[in-house]
Design a binder for this molecule. Structure first.
Ligand code: ASP
Length: 343
């Protein structure tokens, strides 16, 4: 079988990676992606063809929202058949949210979508952007018998490839800015690019890609803390149109057993609001019923987020709410791993 050069589409959404420093003034300005190959000649050495598209107005990822997620999904959908892999350049601040959301929105994905960014601009002398960009393109180009090796949404940063919906940003300064606390790395880049084949997601290849472009942001994220007041929680639950809440609890999914708290949750579950229990711990899983302080949650119908990250939990909630999953099966569907986001 003759080897074809894979076609890779770079999608630039914004973030530090796409900036260059004007060495005279020291100011950062957006990089012109049309001149990508000229500006980073190393890219010509890669064994693939690269094209790029950019948001008309690149954004800092702190300004990301579900409308932009849809925009990225549409770019992928339009170009899906013409490219073998996609690299999304994105600010690191909310990269795990966007990449998690995309993992749900792109059902039956059979090609690699690699999110990457950097802590220093691509034009900076000590930049981490070049390695992140070059290896992400290499990862997106990996093929076996002319078929992509990676068939899921992943995130590449500082020598490691992660399943995107398992990641979280852990450091605002270090080049190693992400971690995947509850799932092994998909690949590691050293002298060789070592792919952890057993950990890769295997989609149903007989099904065609379905791009879900609706998200429902009638959701809330509540982090419990000792002393959280009834008034505060009531006001959140009284938010008009609220449909789902991610509740960040302690340890393996524990919370206060005070009657007012459990009653408040119970009343809202009866009203039809979905409540998902996610742990505040950076790693480990919710196990409701393990302690007395979580048994009541289980009894009243709180959904277990198991070992999902908060980023994946919130985007999964927005995705399922928008896809009209019926109230009776919502708990079962939420507790089922859809894209490898929970164990
Ligand atoms: N604030 C930037 C952003 O997330 C940081 C970065 O690019 O890494 O867009």
């Amino acid at each position: 079988m003759s080897k074809m050069q894979p076609n890779i589409l770079l999608i630039y959404t914004g973030g530090t990676i796409g900036m260059v420093k004007d060495f005279k003034t020291g100011a950062l300005r957006a990089f012109n992606f049309k001149n990508l190959l000229k500006s980073i000649p190393e890219l010509n050495l890669l064994d693939c063809k690269i094209e790029s598209v950019s948001f008309e107005t690149p954004i800092d990822s702190s300004n990301m929202n579900p409308d932009y997620w849809v925009k990225i999904a549409k770019i992928i959908e339009i170009n899906y058949d013409n490219f073998d892999g996609f690299v999304v350049l994105h600010g690191s601040d909310t990269m795990s949210y966007t990449a998690s959301a995309l993992s749900f929105m792109l059902e039956n994905l059979a090609k690699p979508i690699v999110f990457t960014g950097s802590q220093l601009p691509i034009g900076d002398l000590r930049t981490d952007a070049k390695e992140n960009l070059i290896t992400s393109i290499q990862v997106a180009s990996l093929q076996y018998r002319n078929k992509p090796v990676i068939k899921e949404v992943c995130l590449y940063f500082e020598y490691k490839l992660y399943r995107a919906n398992r990641t979280t940003k852990i450091n605002a300064e270090h080049f190693e800015a992400f971690s995947s606390p509850n799932y092994p790395d998909l690949a590691e880049s050293g002298v060789h690019l070592k792919v952890n084949k057993n950990q890769l997601f295997s989609p149903n290849l007989r099904k065609k890609l379905t791009v879900h472009k609706k998200l429902n942001n009638n959701v809330a994220l509540i982090k419990l803390f000792p002393g959280i007041s009834e008034t505060l929680l009531e006001s959140i639950f009284n938010t008009p149109n609220l449909e789902g809440v991610i509740l960040e609890t302690y340890g393996s999914g524990n919370c206060t057993t005070e009657a007012w708290f459990i009653d408040l949750l119970k009343t809202n579950i009866i009203k039809g609001i979905h409540i998902i229990n996610v742990t505040q711990c950076p790693s480990g899983s919710v196990i409701m019923g393990h302690y007395e302080t979580s048994s009541q949650l289980k009894k009243i119908g709180v959904i277990s987020g198991k070992d999902i990250t908060t980023e994946a939990a919130i985007s999964k909630l927005m995705y399922l709410l928008a896809n009209n999953v019926s109230k009776d099966v919502f708990k079962i569907v939420y507790e089922t791993p859809l894209r490898g986001e929970m164990t």
